[in-house]
Design a binder for this molecule. Structure first.
Ligand code: CUA
Length: 229
């Protein structure tokens, strides 16, 4: 979860988010190098005294400053494509969770098991306990096993929503009439918070997502408890 003064990315809780952070840092480094170089050149132009009345063309420099940026762009494009296809990969998931966006709450279905479905509403500030997180905690949390491949199916019942969890590198639009798919793998236990990130109406800011990442045996206990009730 992001707390105040955290301006960067959240700590990753999945291998894919780790890769996304590496890619972000890589692209940012190239961006900084370009900015510094161009800034230096522009600044130095003010102090340029060289004048050449007969300078009309420069084949070599034109070649260099055309091809070099193209090569630099490839160093961003190929890692970006690698990540894109890695994110799209579905690695034989062991659990499937279906999340449906509504105005303005999420509802969830554990389609692998009978009758496990529930709504997940934000806890209003006036009902929040002292250890709760304002605008971020929900009444019914998602429970999912860590160290397992998990498939998420996302859709919506009314308008477009977006199921987004920064620490897991997941961001999928829920669109009425469509079923979108993604997957993730949580490599540590904990609580992972997310929010809807598609402007979906008046209470768009008030439909957060909370995942409890637990060891597999706890997950099985939770599932069997909920099947019987
Ligand atoms: Cu749902 Cu914004």
């Amino acid at each position: 979860m992001s707390t105040w003064a955290n301006l960067g990315l959240q700590d990753s809780a999945s291998p894919l988010m780790e890769q996304l952070i590496f890619f972000h840092d890589h692209a940012l480094l190239i961006l900084v190098m370009i900015t510094v170089l161009v800034g230096y050149l522009m600044f130095m132009l003010f102090f340029n005294n060289y004048i050449n009345r007969f300078l009309l063309h420069g084949q070599l420099i034109e070649m260099i400053w055309t091809i070099l940026p193209a090569i630099i762009l490839l160093f961003i494009a190929f890692p970006s494509l690698r990540l894109l296809y890695l994110l799209d990969e579905i690695n034989e998931p062991s659990v499937t969770l279906k999340s449906i966006g509504h105005q303005w709450y999420w509802s969830y279905e554990y389609s692998d098991f009978h009758d496990i479905e529930f709504d997940s509403y934000m806890i209003p500030t006036n009902e929040l306990s002292t250890d709760g997180f304002r605008l971020l905690d929900v009444d019914n949390r998602i429970v999912l096993p860590m160290n397992s491949q998990i498939r998420i199916l996302v859709t919506a019942a009314d308008v477009i929503h977006s199921w987004t969890i920064p620490a897991l590198g997941v961001k999928v639009d829920g669109t009425p009439g469509r079923l979108n798919q993604t997957n993730f793998f949580m490599n540590r236990p904990g609580l992972f918070y997310g929010q809807c990130s598609e402007i979906c109406g008046a209470n768009h800011s008030f439909m957060p997502i909370v995942i409890e990442s637990v060891p597999v045996n706890y997950f099985i206990k939770w599932i069997s408890k909920n099947i019987n009730s």
